[in-house]
Design a protein around this ligand. Structure first.
Ligand code: GBH
Length: 483
C-alpha cells in the first residue's frame, strides 16, 4: 500500500512539476508610440507618414486613426501604475521620431516631446521598471518620407542623428535600445505591397531597397552608440525582427528547400547582414537569377560594398525577437507569381494548418512548439549572446474574460522556458504584446492584444485589467509554470 502511495505521489508531483524562470528574468509588456500615444499634433509634434496615411479615407479598417489612441501622451502615469500593479519588471515602448524632431531633422527639437519621454522614464525608474526603448516603431517623419523614405540611403544618416539625440537625452535611463522594429513589416507592407505607408506598391524592388536602407540605418545607430555613448552609458543596442517558425508542408526535398528559403526571406533578409555581414546567400542567388531572366543587367537586390559589409557586420549586442505564429510552406513554381516580385523570387506558398487554433485576426495561429524551434534556429544561425522576446501575443475582440490569451501565453511561455532550461539558450526577457489594447495598424481598433482593456468610446480611455493580466501577474511573481 505504502509503496503505491509513494509511486502515486511521485508521479503526481512530476506531472505538476513547476519549471522556473531564472531569477533576474525580465518579464514585461510592450507597446509602441503611434499605437498608444495619441496627441498626434499636440505641442510641436510633426506628422509621421502614419498620421498622413490614416487620414486618407479607406486605408484603415473603419477609417480608424491613432489621433487619440490610448491617449498615453496624457495618461502615461496610469500606464506605469498598471505595470507596477501587475508586478512587471520591464516596459518596452517606442519613441516617436516626429515628436522629438518635428520634421525628422535636428533643425528643431520639440521640448514638450522630450519632456514627455523624460517623465515616462522617471516614472518607470521610480517604479523599478526597466525600460526597453525602441527608436523606430514605424512612425517615419512625413518630411523624410517625402525625401524618399526607406528607399533613400541618406535616411540612414538622418536616423543616425535622431539616434544620437535620443542617446544624449535619454541614455542615462536606458540599458536596452532597439533600433528598428520589424524591418520585414516596414519593407514588405510599406514598400513591396504598399498596404502600409507610404502606400505605393513596388513589387520586386521596394522590400529589398528598404531592407538595404534599414540595415544601414541600424548599423549607423549602433556605431554611434558604440563610439560616443557606450563607455559612459554602458547599455546595449540591438535589432529587432519578427521571425516565426515555418514548417514544411511535406517532407519532399522541394518543400524542405522552400522552408529554408522562407526562413531566409522572412527573417534572414533583415537580420543576417547585421549578424553575419551580408544577405543570405540563397536570396542573393534567387534574386540574381530571376533578375537576369527578366532582362535586368543587375540584381534587384542591392549589393553591399565590402566597406558596408565591414560596417554592418556584428552590429547587434542582443537579438530582439518577435514571435507570433507559424505557417506551412509549400514549394511553388515561380511562374505562379507576378513578375517581378519578392514572392516570385521566394517561390513558395504560405498557409495555416487546419488543426491549429486561429485567433480572431486570421493571420495569427497558436503553434507554441514553433517558439522553441525558432529560438533554437536564431541561436544557432546568428549566435547572439543574449535573446529577448520583445513581442508575443494573441488577438481577440477585447473581452475581459480572455481565456484564449491565457492559453496562448501559457503554451508559448512554456516553450520559451524549455529553450532556456533544456536547450541552454540565454533568453533574458519577455515583453508580451501588449500592455494595452491599442491601434492595430490597418486593422484599426478591430483586434485587441492587450492585457488591459481600453474603452475607445470613452473620452478618458478607461483602462480595465483583464483576466490574462491577473494570470500573467501570478506567473511573473512566482516565476513558475506548471506543465
Ligand atoms: C507586430 O507585427 C507589430 O510589431 C506590432 O506593432 C503589432 O501591433 C503586432 O504585431 C500585432 O499585429 O493581415 O494577413 O496582411 C507582427 C507582424 C506582420 C503581423 C503583418 C500581421 C499582417 C498580416 N505582422 N501581418 S495580414
Amino acid at each position: 500500500m505504502k509503496i503505491f502511495t509513494i509511486v502515486f505521489l511521485t508521479v503526481l508531483s512530476s506531472c505538476l512539476a513547476a519549471k522556473e524562470f531564472p531569477e533576474d528574468f525580465l518579464f514585461g509588456a510592450a507597446g509602441a508610440a503611434y499605437q498608444i500615444e495619441g496627441g498626434w499634433d499636440e505641442d510641436d509634434k510633426g506628422a509621421s507618414y502614419w498620421d498622413v496615411f490614416t487620414h486618407i479615407p479607406a486605408k484603415i479598417y473603419n477609417n480608424d486613426t491613432g489621433d487619440v489612441a490610448c491617449d498615453s501622451y496624457n495618461k502615461y502615469k496610469e500606464d506605469v501604475a498598471l505595470l507596477k500593479e501587475l508586478g512587471l519588471k520591464s516596459y518596452r515602448f517606442s519613441i516617436s521620431w516626429p515628436r522629438i524632431l518635428p520634421d525628422g531633422t535636428p533643425i528643431k527639437i520639440n521640448q514638450a516631446g522630450v519632456d514627455y519621454y523624460l517623465n515616462l522614464l522617471k516614472e518607470l525608474k521610480a517604479a523599478g521598471i526597466e525600460p526597453i526603448v525602441t527608436l523606430y516603431h514605424w512612425d517615419l517623419p512625413q518630411y523624410l518620407s517625402d525625401l524618399g523614405g526607406w528607399l533613400n540611403p541618406q535616411i540612414a544618416d538622418y536616423f543616425g542623428d535622431f539616434a544620437r539625440i535620443c542617446y544624449k537625452l535619454f541614455g542615462d535611463y536606458v540599458k536596452y535600445w532597439i533600433t528598428m522594429n520589424e524591418p520585414s513589416s516596414t519593407c514588405v507592407n510599406g514598400y513591396e505591397q504598399g498596404i502600409h505607408p507610404p502606400g505605393v506598391p513596388l513589387p520586386g524592388a521596394g522590400a529589398y531597397q528598404c531592407a538595404y536602407v534599414q540595415v544601414l540605418a541600424h548599423a549607423k545607430a549602433w556605431h554611434i552608440y558604440d563610439d560616443e555613448f557606450r563607455a559612459q552609458q554602458n547599455g546595449k543596442v540591438g535589432l529587432n525582427n519578427v521571425c516565426n517558425w515555418l514548417y514544411p508542408k511535406s517532407n519532399s526535398t522541394e518543400d524542405l528547400a522552400a522552408q529554408d528559403r522562407a526562413m531566409e526571406f522572412t527573417c534572414g533578409l533583415y537580420v543576417n547582414p547585421v549578424w553575419n555581414g551580408n544577405w543570405p546567400q540563397v536570396i542573393i542567388d534567387r534574386v540574381n537569377y530571376t533578375s537576369q531572366k527578366q532582362g535586368y543587367s543587375f540584381s534587384r537586390l542591392p549589393e553591399f560594398t565590402p566597406v558596408e559589409i565591414d560596417y554592418i557586420n556584428g552590429t547587434s549586442d542582443f537579438f530582439a525577437l518577435n514571435i507570433y505564429t507559424s505557417y506551412l510552406i509549400e514549394n511553388v513554381a515561380e511562374e505562379a507569381f507576378p513578375t517581378p516580385s519578392l514572392d516570385q523570387d521566394a517561390a513558395y506558398n504560405i498557409s495555416g494548418d487546419p488543426s491549429w487554433t486561429q485567433s480572431d485576426a486570421a493571420w495569427l495561429y497558436s503553434v507554441p512548439d514553433g517558439a522553441r524551434k525558432v529560438i533554437n534556429y536564431v541561436n544557432e544561425k546568428y549566435k547572439p549572446s543574449e535573446i529577448i522576446i520583445t513581442e508575443n501575443g494573441w488577438a481577440d475582440l477585447g473581452q475581459l474574460a480572455d481565456q484564449g490569451r491565457i492559453s496562448y501565453l501559457k503554451d508559448y511561455l512554456s516553450n520559451i522556458l524549455d529553450a532556456i532550461l533544456e536547450d541552454g539558450i540565454n533568453v533574458t526577457g519577455y515583453t508580451t504584446w501588449s500592455l494595452l489594447d491599442n491601434f492595430e495598424w490597418t486593422d484599426g481598433y478591430l483586434y485587441k492584444f492587450g492585457l488591459v482593456q481600453v474603452d475607445f468610446n470613452s473620452a478618458n480611455r478607461t483602462r480595465t485589467i483583464k483576466d490574462s493580466a491577473r494570470w500573467y501577474q501570478n506567473i511573473t511573481s512566482t516565476r513558475q509554470l506548471f506543465d
